[in-house]
Design a protein. Structure first.
Length: 129
């Protein structure tokens, strides 16, 4: 399996940061379009928040359309933290390297293909009646 070199890691990091910035802007737009005064105030502070504060804020807001964006923000933040810790591209379950092609498809992938299939199967079975 091909190891992630520093150049590729930098590309993934740039993609993650770009996606996070887009999400930050999307959340800001959603808050500004809200009729709630607190949401408008939060939107003005959004660009100043750290990633952790952004995750915390979006988790606390009771806006149903924001839930998916909050999960995306959490995934991106976790991947950026993994880069800082030197753990990016390592499967969170079996600790094998995640294929670069998989990371190119989903820069926030946390599991190798095999473990992801197991995870999805287990997740599906939890919801089965």
């Amino acid at each position: 399996m091909e190891h992630i070199d520093d150049t590729k890691l930098k590309i993934f990091q740039t993609q993650l940061l770009s996606s996070l910035e887009k999400l930050r802007n999307d959340v800001s737009d959603m808050l500004l379009s809200s009729s709630h005064v607190g949401h408008k105030l939060a939107a003005k502070q959004l660009q100043k928040l750290s990633n952790d504060q952004l995750v915390e804020l979006t988790s606390k807001l009771d806006i149903s359309s924001l839930a998916h964006k909050t999960n995306e923000i959490k995934s991106i933040d976790a991947s950026l933290n993994d880069i800082e810790l030197g753990l990016y591209g390592i499967c969170s379950d079996c600790e094998a390297e995640i294929a670069i092609q998989r990371l190119e498809t989903d820069v926030t992938a946390k599991r190798c293909v095999i473990c992801e299939k197991k995870y999805q199967k287990q997740k599906y079975n939890q919801y089965k009646l």
